[in-house]
Design a protein around this ligand. Structure first.
Ligand code: AMP
Ligand code: ZN
Length: 114
């Protein structure tokens, strides 16, 4: 999608600190980390948020979670634990309107969120 920041990052038009990439998705470190480990996973195709997902996206979403689990194993945060978050819309705190999953790790995270 034109003028979408994460479409441009997914296409390599805007640089990112990449952790993982394949045909369908990209994982890269968040520019404003909220934990010692904070990366984002995005589909390369434009999906506005998790609210736009359908049954057709089942394989993509499964792939996202499998890649996150593998990356967290590689980063050594599996044992300590981590959090996967996807914000939706204004009240959900979404600032970039392209589906992304935050992965936060490396410290004890509070619950409930603010
Ligand atoms: P959200 O507020 O849930 O939409 O999350 C958007 C996230 O994208 C925030 O955590 C930002 O810090 C992060 N972000 C924005 N621009 C960039 C960028 N160019 N590279 C990496 N992360 C970014
Ligand atoms: Zn996009």
């Amino acid at each position: 999608m034109k003028n979408c920041l994460f479409c441009k990052i997914g296409a390599g038009e805007i640089p990112s600190n990449k952790l993982y990439e394949d045909d369908t998705l990209l994982a890269f470190y968040d520019i404003d980390p909220q934990a010692p480990v904070h990366f984002l996973v995005i589909p390369k195709q434009h999906i506005g948020s998790a609210a736009a997902l359908t049954e057709q996206d089942a394989a993509l979403v499964g792939h996202v979670f499998a890649v996150i689990a593998e990356l967290c194993r590689k980063l050594g945060v599996e044992e300590g634990g981590y959090r996967i978050v996807t914000n939706i819309g204004a009240d959900g705190g979404q600032s970039v309107p392209h589906l992304h999953f935050h992965v936060l790790a490396g410290r004890s995270l509070a619950w409930p969120p603010g």
